[in-house]
Design a binder for this molecule. Structure first.
Ligand code: ADP
Ligand code: MG
Length: 230
């Protein structure tokens, strides 16, 4: 019996940074498989390579070696133009700092990733509005980011990451700048919305509180993933 192929398969990923001070082995052999609907968290102290790994999986950075397969696509083999298209269509990012455009409204910010779509999908504004409604920001769609709290801005960031129905939702310290109560609600929301959208949620964080909410947990240790069971 052959197993279902994984929707995300990362194999033998390594990353070295070489500089004047020598070579730094940040990732030494990362393997990870996920299916649609899975939620995985990776913890590790500052400097352990969490962001590096997430950016490589999101094709924002290149590995030194290794393979990535996202639902049959090999993003590392694509041309830079195809990679940009892949990123836009298949990957949503949630960052620690929301990176919202201050001059645009909440609704416009959520729609930004759709500007690069080859075909403008009909009903995309409806989808943006529904997502904003889902995260409790219906009465804020014409506000600017500067008029929102940190937690509200992060909710907008989650909607923006989901607008193109990505296969992969990547979150880098999504609660890093929030107070504990807001962080808890954003953690819950992220997990719920990712499940509702049937996307793969891969989150990296140093927060053990956030990590404890995830069904599958790994620690990045010496450049490799070690599954955590406690
Ligand atoms: P984390 O997100 O876990 O805090 P990072 O992935 O940001 O860790 O960084 C891992 C290590 O790689 C750190 O030691 C960092 O200094 C180093 N690093 C990250 N990016 C670069 C780069 N572009 N050039 C050289 N070293 C880097
Ligand atoms: Mg980081």
């Amino acid at each position: 019996m052959s197993e279902e192929p994984a929707d995300l398969c990362v194999a033998g990923l390594t990353k070295q940074f070489t500089g004047a001070a020598g070579t730094l082995d940040v990732l030494t052999g990362v393997d990870l498989s996920m299916q649609r609907g899975d939620a995985v968290v990776i913890t590790g102290p500052s400097g352990s390579g969490k962001s590096t790994l997430l950016y490589i999986i999101g094709v924002l950075d290149e590995p030194t070696a290794g393979e990535i397969n996202v639902d049959g696509t090999l993003p590392l083999k694509l041309s830079p133009v195809e990679q940009a298209q892949f990123r836009n269509e298949s990957v949503g990012f949630v960052f620690q700092d929301h990176h919202l455009l201050p001059q645009c409204t909440v609704l416009e910010n959520v729609l930004i990733p759709t500007l690069a779509n080859a075909k403008p999908a009909s009903g995309i504004e409806d989808r943006a509005t529904k997502l904003l409604e889902r995260v409790g920001l219906m009465d804020r769609i014409t506000h600017r980011p500067g008029q929102l709290s940190g937690g509200e801005r992060q909710r907008v960031g989650i909607c923006r990451a989901l607008i193109n129905e990505p296969l992969l939702l990547l979150a880098d310290e999504p609660t890093g700048n929030l107070d504990q109560k807001t962080a808890e609600s954003i953690g819950t929301l992220l997990l719920e919305v990712a499940a509702e959208q049937n996307t793969m949620l891969l989150c990296v964080t140093h927060s053990l509180d956030l990590a404890a909410r995830f069904p599958r947990r790994y620690e990045l240790t010496d450049g490799k993933l070690v599954q955590r069971t406690e």
